[in-house]
Design a protein around this ligand. Structure first.
Ligand code: PEP
Ligand code: MN
Length: 352
């Protein structure tokens, strides 16, 4: 359960209530919320103790989350949480666009994609360096070299960077290359060992929904991250497996208003992996923003026919510009706004 104490409750009383629980063998977690004390219980509370807690004057309300999570529940905060990726705020009214190629392939390919993403108005640059491919013979990513190219491109265009981490052993490389946001891919959403390791880095994490994960399972995975030290989780709906083969996956928009009831975490939508068809990406993006998404994550490639992965779903540079322009309008529909882009650094002259 989650105990929401009245604003202004003296710290001595908060400590006493916490001790009542802890001495009965119930572990607790305190919300970082500044405006009021909020305490989550992490173990089962017997009915006698629950009754005594409920009767305390300091307790404004006792909330029972609909699932086994605590820290990611909406009642653990006083409003939606905002996750800062580099200097870019995600959530709490600030809508962002993540764009870039599926995979980092060559310096030229990445530079083309990064330049067009920045020019189009996207905020965060994506690019896979370690790729979770269904075929062992398909391009597996450039590894550390890919992270290096992504970091350089991010610096060149003034964009924070995001990339997928597949194994805890890759974490030092992600930190060495200052990757601003660590992506957990759909295939690893329930790799709990990976979630625990990644959480210790205390970097923002974009947690994609598993291919066939329920909403409750997804939030449980977010709770793993929060329980192990990562407060900065962004959820990302990327389509789920259904009986329908006409699209790559089925985009579940229902999750947007539902997540906003259940959780304080920001939630983005990746229409590229959901649809798998470029022409469907703009309308799905508009629908996602109208339904309350805190941002979009899309793939872009200057020459999709030559892409080493997911070329069939990549937007062209001009299409990305249209999508960001639409995002500005549709973010406003829900009283939100497109985040400001970070300024592009002034190019330094090279040579003597
Ligand atoms: C990706 O972002 O390139 C990717 C592999 O996504 P997902 O994990 O959603 O399939
Ligand atoms: Mn991809």
């Amino acid at each position: 359960m989650i105990l929401r104490l009245w604003p202004g409750t003296p710290e001595a009383r908060v400590a006493a209530i916490t001790a009542m629980l802890e001495t009965s063998g119930v572990r607790t977690s305190r919300s970082p919320e500044m405006n009021r004390p909020i305490i989550a219980t992490l173990d089962k509370v017997d009915s006698e103790l629950a009754g005594r807690i409920d009767a305390l004057d300091e307790v404004e309300s006792v909330v029972h989350p609909v699932g086994e999570w605590r820290r990611v529940d909406s009642s653990f905060r006083d409003g939606p949480s905002v996750v800062r990726v580099g200097g870019v705020p995600v959530g709490g009214g600030s809508v962002v666009v993540i764009a870039g190629p599926c995979s980092v392939e060559t310096p030229e390919q990445l530079d083309d994609a990064a330049r067009c993403a920045q020019k189009a108005g996207a905020h965060i640059l994506r690019g896979g360096a370690y790729k979770p491919r269904t075929s062992p013979y398909a391009f597996q990513g450039l590894g550390q070299e890919g992270l290096h190219l992504l970091k350089e491109a991010g610096l060149r265009y003034g964009m924070p960077i995001i990339s997928e981490i597949m194994d805890a052993a890759q974490l030092p490389a992600f930190l060495d290359h200052d990757v601003d946001c660590l992506q957990i891919g759909a295939r690893n959403m329930q790799n709990f060992t990976l979630l625990k390791s990644v959480a210790t880095a205390r970097r923002p994490v974009l947690l994609k929904r598993g291919l066939s994960a329920t909403i409750k399972e997804w939030l449980q995975s977010a709770e793993y991250l929060a329980a192990h030290g990562c407060d900065n989780v962004i959820l990302c709906e990327r389509g789920i497996r259904t009986f329908e083969p006409a699209t790559r996956n089925t985009l579940d928009l229902t999750v947007l208003p539902l997540m906003q009831q259940w959780s304080h975490l920001p939630i983005m939508v990746d229409p590229s992996h959901a649809a798998g068809i470029p022409g469907l990406i703009p309308p799905l993006s508009r629908a996602a923003l109208a339904a309350g998404a805190d941002g979009l994550a899309v793939e872009v490639h200057a020459r999709p026919e030559d892409a080493k992965s997911d070329g069939g779903q990549a937007l062209l540079p001009g299409e990305l510009a249209g999508l960001v322009a639409d995002a500005r309008v549709y973010a406003a529909v829900g009283g939100r706004h497109l985040a400001q882009q970070l300024p592009r650094p002034v190019a330094r002259p090279t040579g003597g």
